[in-house]
Design a protein around this ligand. Sequence first.
Ligand code: GTP
Length: 361
Amino acid sequence: MQAIVLVGGEGTRLRPLTYGTPKPMVPIVNVPFLARTMERLHEAGVRDVILPAGYMPHAITDYFGDGSRLGLRITYVIEDTPMGTAGAIKNVEQHIHEPFFVLNGDILTSLDLRAMMEYHHQKRGLGTLHLIRVEDPSAFGCVVHDPSGRISAFVEKPKRSEAPTDEVNAGTYLFEPEILDLIPSGRNVSIERETFPKILADGLALYAYTTNDYWMDIGRPENYLDAHRDILSGAMPLRLEPGITGNGASALQDVAVVPPIHVAAGAHVGAGAHLGPNVVLGPGCTIGERAVIKDSVLWDDVRVGEGARIDGSIIASGSSIGAGATISAGSVIGHHTEIAAGQVVEAGARIGPTAPLAQAT
Ligand code: GTP
């Protein structure tokens, strides 16, 4: 079984984080998201992974190399211009020779890929799409199917009152190679808007595979924080790197901890600090005395001064928050950004680089 992971998007909604780290490499509890996806693919028996990339590809190729460290064979295909979700698949056609998964590079899910494979083999369609149920489908692509699972219609982002179903496209697909014949080459093609409707119009069979799995698109800052909260609470099962979690907090001397938290080995937290709930500290973080941090994710090598307060925010690698500064909820601070001592950052602020950094990580 082969897999394509789509990793070429610019990740505009996560800016300024994605000016220093492409979205697939954004850390999820201190491990690049794509590394976690690769692990899932390996566990499902996939050995051959194709990565259509384009935006900051070196951050990806430098980390994974040929994939052998993970027991995978990775092929990179770099796009000069974005090809879109189906165009990117067509563009790697020469590497596909058997049924293959396609994964969006920004979906955190507990979906069992092997079970999806079995379902696909039973149904024998041209493709199988993973669906989940959501309360409000208006921001998603609704997928209508009959009791056998055969898909009859796609309705992109309907008004809530007009949504034909609460089942939506969850961004994991399993296709037979013949689907490649239905995608035009050499131009940008959207799988949702163009390829899926064409398959139905041609009378070919796509099947829905609906599950109750955990599912989160990490491509927006609030979702990224929600994903961390859900991992720390155990709602999304994920293996964590060694570190200090809420209950092992005796390792944090004179620190007031409200679990759950995850502090990378080697991070340092000063006396009198308050951590939690829902805090992740990356390797090399240094937290000053009496600092107060809750509902936030700090990447590696972030320095927080004495008495600073951080609430509901994301702070990227190498940044520094001055003593007594306040970072209010919903803020996103990009790489290598200095917040001055005593500065008050208003809720929802985006501060940091304003263009891609030369040295992406
Ligand atoms: P936003 O700009 O914040 O919408 O993020 P994005 O650019 O990643 O777009 P979106 O979230 O819609 O993309 C879904 C998935 O498809 C992500 O994993 C992207 O990396 C990937 N993707 C989107 N467009 C392209 C493309 O043109 N080429 C490739 N190779 N991947 C793409």
